[in-house]
Design a protein around this ligand. Structure first.
Ligand code: UN1
Length: 482
């Protein structure tokens, strides 16, 4: 093992793997960050066996013990927000303020779920039969596989690992291969929190090997996954085939409706933030701007002007508003969609090209398309980049119909002053989350996170709603004799 190799964590021991992967700073491709051990399928199986062996003891641990461990992890994350944020910004490319805010959110998620350990209550029913008592218990499910994406490498693992542990499960964590640095630092903090060996395991991996080893292993009782819809659907089929539980958070193609009566400045602010901040790399990003006729031209005009002023640059530079695209592969996808949208007849109203920079990096100017057909790929596919399509509609009814004409249903926004339309939209948008006069991205961490249609499958994440996934109900009938 070289000095700079960051190992996996299996059964309470740091372990080198089979080879290593290096993460690279997308703001400066000359900056290689570290080498991270790659786990083999065999090592993944060892981690799962260790988690299964640790489960009886951890499920029996007092809620106080679980609270203290998670609370300690939360405190340590909060004490190291600057360091964690720096790593996140350096390896993923979101700006330093965004990265620190995410680290802060991760710390508080651990604290929130620490307290959830106290709330694993059950129910008592009055039995229909005399002399019989009837209660419903909530039990942890066992070994939980946690498979996470590259765009929120601290917050998403936090809102999956923390509840898994709080409710008494043990964890095998596979972070995205692009961002092992943040995941490793988070895992190091968890590993030092005094959990029994095997309760938490880290297995890093490129490609499908580690993920498949987790999804197909009979001792993994459930998998919580965030990532693309095609990958989630595949995983879901494999989990269903062996009767395992699943919580899948997948894609989005989130509409932001702007009505004629909207406050124009607010509408532009929501679009700018929702579509382009975090370089558009959020499943909650506003990628469809559905705008009614009367405000369309003024809105597009104002948004294009605001886009010209966006400061795109090194994620860790003080004045940067938009960092680079996270990877070469994602940059290629973004560019492909820009040329396809033009080929499909849309007008490129702003941005869409590479940006000059002091250091070699994946810099890309956020792109805005107008005159977009609702059937065009740029209006239908989840791109996961800073690309937004404006769809012009005659009125609110058409805006709602356009918003709902989509395979996804994660977050949906509306900018308007009309209380009746806002209320109608909140009730009729086919999405799990609604944002009124706000960007579609940016969710409170203590509320549930959930989508409809192709966006989500299984119980919501976060809040106490996620208990539905991390625990199973058990119904106990007890007779008191003749
Ligand atoms: C947010 O917008 O606050 O992958 C969070 C994602 C989501 C998280 C978004 N699962 O972008």
């Amino acid at each position: 093992m070289t000095v700079n190799l960051f190992p996996n964590y299996i059964a309470g021991t740091w372990a080198a793997g089979r080879g290593a992967a290096t993460n690279i700073n997308p703001s400066d491709l000359n900056d290689t960050i570290g080498d991270y051990a790659q786990a083999s399928a065999d090592q993944t199986a060892q981690a799962i066996e260790a988690a299964a062996a640790a489960f009886p003891k951890w499920r029996a641990a007092s809620p106080l013990i679980r609270f203290e461990a998670l609370d300690r992890i939360g405190s340590e994350i909060l004490a190291r927000v600057d360091e964690l944020g720096d790593m996140l910004a350096r390896e993923e490319g979101k700006t330093l303020p965004e990265a620190k805010a995410e680290a802060h959110r991760a710390g508080h998620l651990f604290k929130y779920f620490a307290a959830e350990a106290y709330r694993t209550t059950g129910d008592i029913y009055q039995s229909l039969r005399e002399g019989v008592s009837l209660k419903v218990l909530r039990e942890p499910i066992g070994v939980v596989g946690v498979i996470t994406p590259w765009n929120f490498p601290l917050a998403i693992p936090a809102w999956k690992i923390a509840p898994a542990l709080a409710y008494g499960n043990t964890v095998v964590f596979k972070p995205a291969e692009l961002v092992p640095g943040s995941a490793w630092m988070l895992s190091d903090i968890i590993a030092r929190a005094g959990l029994p060996d095997g309760v938490f395991n880290l297995v890093m991996g490129k490609g499908r090997e580690v993920g498949e080893a987790i999804v197909t292993h009979p001792k993994v009782s459930g998998v919580t996954f965030t990532g693309s819809t095609p990958v989630g659907r595949n995983m879901g089929a494999a989990l269903f085939a062996r009767g395992a539980k699943m919580q899948l958070e997948m894609g989005g193609k989130n509409p932001l409706i702007v009505l004629d009566d909207a406050d124009l400045d607010l509408a532009v602010h929501c679009a700018l933030q929702g579509s382009f901040f975090s370089t558009g790399q959020r499943c909650t990003a506003s990628s469809r701007l559905i705008v009614t006729e009367g405000i369309h031209d003024a809105f597009v005009d104002r948004l294009c002007t605001a886009m010209k002023d966006l400061r795109i640059g090194d994620a860790r530079a003080a004045d940067t508003q938009i960092g680079p695209v996270a990877s070469e592969a994602q940059l290629a996808i973004d560019k492909r969609y820009v040329s396809q949208a033009v080929d499909d007849g849309a007008t490129l109203a702003a941005g869409g090209g590479e940006v000059e920079s002091k250091t070699p990096g994946h810099y890309f100017a956020p792109a805005l398309f107008t005159d977009v057909s609702p059937q065009a790929a740029v209006a239908r596919d989840e791109i996961f980049g800073p690309i937004a399509a404006v769809l012009r509609v005659p009125d609110y009814d058409a805006a709602l119909a356009t918003a709902n004409d989509c395979e996804f249903g994660l977050s949906a926004g509306i900018v308007s002053r009309d209380a009746a339309k806002i209320d109608h939209f909140s009730q009729n948008a086919e999405s799990g989350m609604i944002q009124v006069n706000l960007p579609t991205a940016g969710m409170d961490f203590h509320a549930p996170f959930t989508g409809r249609k192709g966006s989500s499958y299984g119980a919501p994440e976060k809040g106490s709603y996620c208990r539905e996934f991390f625990t199973a109900a058990k119904v106990v009938h007890e007779g008191r004799g003749q």
